[in-house]
Design a protein around this ligand. Sequence first.
Ligand code: TTP
Ligand code: MG
Length: 389
Amino acid sequence: MPRTSKHSEKNKNNKIVQENEIMPHITHRIVLHLDMDSFFASCEQRQNPALFGKPVAVCIFSGRDSDSGAISTANYAARALGIKSGMPIKMAKKIAPQATYLPANFALYTGVSDSILEIVKVHCKTTQQASIDEVYADITFEASGDYRIAKALAQTIKKEVFEQEKLTCSIGIAPNKLVAKIASDFQKPDGLTVVKPDEVPGFLSPLPVKKLLGVGPKTESELAKLGIESIADLRKREMSELVGLLGVARGKWLYESSRGTDAQPVQQREMPEQISRIATMKSDTSDWGEVAGFCSRLAQDVVQSARDEGLQYRTASVIFILANLKTHTKSRSFETANCDLTRLQSVINELSKSFFEENLTVVCRRAGVRISGLEKAEKGKGQKSLMEF
Ligand code: TTP
Ligand code: MG
């Protein structure tokens, strides 16, 4: 049987992973997770105060026709009308024709994201940016292991974010990243939720399993078939049962997660060497224009990922996987790094055209885009190129 007594769970949650030599009395970590509220939509509202109180949705237009694409995010007034991230723009407009629909302005969001990270860094030595609008900080030292000091620190950060950026965020504080992230989402918007080590089981128990990282709609419905709906339900199951259902890695992860156990340290992710997207085309083709168009759409995703990570590229490559499964790659490097989508798309055009002119008989089945020679966008310098959206 899995260990479910409160005592054993508390011991697990209190487990210290990084030795703390300076403050040996600290027996557990304190992790802060900050997540901006309806981030893109809030940035837009801030730029145009007339939108305050009204439903606003930010759209990523695919360009196929005037309304094709998906909702990136919606403010809370638009969410109350039923608009959600990922919903087709056309569907959202049917549900809520009165809402304001705006195109995404990534340069604006990236700039704000940088400023938020700077505010957190002023107060916390160890930070990890997890996405464009969320950051973790290990505040064990800053709070001297005391949750009251941790809470005051979070209040200071929230105040500074609001004063400097005129935006609200939600913060979670807990003994690890897993629980801190769930806590930041617990009282959105403008929330602050503190979960002390002995409160972890009680905090998690009533929540639906989808709150755990890695539980998407598919896993959620598989678990529901077994009568597992809440995290408390999940905790009653043997590890072997979860491993049988979800495989070793995910089964173990869920078993540990349901107990609020997460040993991952807060650390700045290492810079990736490359970012790429490869996909299969609807039908095989020898038409360079078709391949280039396909890759140009993938390029939007590649550039977005790079921007989310605050990265710029020096080298752009197009990958052609032929019907005979042979792979060919064509690349071009630049003197300067930037994160310009137009530059990437024009290279894709040139490289695709020259590849098909040099290889008249090839038939392409899959194609992709890769950026490499990545470097951090420097503030000021890098910002300029990020603006070139
Ligand atoms: P989230 O933090 O997931 O969402 P949010 O900040 O809009 O709202 P919440 O108050 O619930 O935190 O994502 C941050 C930004 O990432 C969001 O503003 C827009 C973008 N995003 C997408 O473009 N597509 C998506 O499907 C999601 C979930 C987010
Ligand atoms: Mg957010």
